[in-house]
Design a protein around this ligand. Structure first.
Ligand code: GLY
Length: 402
């Protein structure tokens, strides 16, 4: 090897270790509460595995059980395994994450809804970032092309769900859709197809314009006219039933996470400012509980009411990232740390062997829909682990991404 080549190899190794926990000798700071929480998640995830391997389905919640890959939540269990591999560097997690990720292979062609981003990016996307497996790269690009088929030049958005006469939805877009944009940017980089990134940017711009109110809260659904592109109405499916003021907590967390990732991908300050405003709305909200694990909707007429710990886990992970970009970084880091610490306490983190082998308790899928209320949710576990891994990287002065 020439000196130049060996230098290049050293620089590459340093760059890789700068955003990867797998090099665990570099984790000098690993507080007891984080270690213990991640060990607990490992045990739950291991206990869940035999039924996953047997059925080739992935867990959604105690209420809804194991589901086929077409369920919107199918990517979270393999995604959790990839984070556990990143944290432990244990090939047990790599091998099983590979196996379970492949259960989702057909989802790359799914054009039926926008959730292809959740399904494929949490599974194949995390696998790609950790292994650079070329097959994963192809799946990511195909999945982004499938998602791109749902973009309309008139509305300038990706259609989340299909039109629904009963609900009077012609072109419904939900705030959750912001999360799928990560897939589009990664696929654009991997394929060189700039159109994929452009779709994501235009979608985010329209969402900023039509989904958000002056106070930086948003309803779950916005409907557009696909013929003219015009905004039709704000509406609800999850959260409180008055779309003029509903602030469904998980939806607010999706938005915070989504606009933070928009800044990561574009470095456009307007997205950072938007994410900061959302963070301020949430952190300072009079209905934010003291332990910072949100109720199911900030505008619920009955407070205190049921928690949604998944909203807390998503928000905590987003705040970790936002803390690295914002002038208010310390405040956001502290708020995220408080949320993670509380989620790691006995109040929310279940003992191994209990809670149907899910880690986080007190989540709410859809409160008014009466579904998965005070239940478990695989995405609460996923974003909790992601948030903890981000926390560890930050306290060990590592980059979150490279
Ligand atoms: N993306 C669906 C939900 O958050 O419930």
């Amino acid at each position: 090897m020439t000196i130049r080549k060996s230098l290049l190899a050293i620089v590459t190794a340093c760059l890789l270790s700068s955003c990867n926990l797998a090099n665990s000798q570099e984790i000098k700071q690993n507080p007891k509460w984080v270690q213990s929480a991640l060990e607990t998640v490992e045990k739950h995830t291991k206990n869940m595995l035999p039924s996953v391997l047997e059925t080739k389905k992935t867990p959604r919640s105690i209420e809804k059980g194991l589901r086929h890959s077409r369920d919107w939540t199918s990517g979270f269990y393999p995604g959790t395994m990839w984070y556990l591999y990143e944290y432990t560097n244990d090939k047990y997690w790599k091998e099983h994450a590979e196996t379970v990720t492949e259960f989702l292979v057909e989802e790359q062609y799914n054009t039926n809804d926008h959730d292809v981003g959740f399904r494929v990016y949490c599974s194949y996307g995390n696998g790609w970032l950790l292994t650079k497996n070329d097959e994963y790269k192809k799946v990511i690009i195909q999945a982004a092309r499938s998602l791109g088929t749902r973009f309309n030049d008139k509305t300038q958005t990706i259609m989340s769900w299909n039109p629904n006469k009963k609900k009077d939805w012609k072109y419904p877009v939900i705030i959750d859709n912001m999360m799928n944009l990560e897939l589009m940017y990664e696929a654009a980089k991997l394929s060189g197809d700039k159109k994929l990134a452009e779709i994501a940017t235009r979608h985010a711009d329209q969402t900023m314009k039509y989904h958000y109110r002056e106070n930086y809260s948003c309803p779950h659904v916005v409907d557009y006219d696909p013929e003219t592109g015009a905004f039709r109405k704000m509406d609800w499916n999850n959260g409180f039933c008055d779309p003029s003021k509903a602030a469904w907590s998980r939806g607010q967390s999706w938005g915070l996470y989504g606009f933070t990732l928009m800044y990561r991908e574009t470095k456009n300050e307007k997205y950072l400012q938007h994410a900061e405003k959302i963070a301020e709305f949430l952190i300072n909200h009079p209905n934010m509980p003291e332990d910072m694990v949100p109720y199911w909707d900030y505008s619920s007429p009955k407070i205190p009411t049921m928690r949604d710990a998944s909203a807390g886990a998503i928000m905590a992970s987003a705040l970790m990232e936002l803390s690295t970009y914002s002038k208010n970084g310390k405040k956001y880091f502290k708020a995220g740390e408080t949320m993670l610490k509380n989620l790691a306490s006995d109040k929310y983190l279940a003992k191994p062997g209990t809670n149907g082998n899910f880690a986080i308790m007190h989540c709410t899928g859809n409160y008014l829909g009466g579904s998965e209320v005070n239940n478990t949710l695989s995405y609460a576990d996923y974003y909790f682990v992601e948030g903890l891994c981000r926390y560890l990287k930050l306290i060990n002065k590592k980059e979150l991404f490279n």
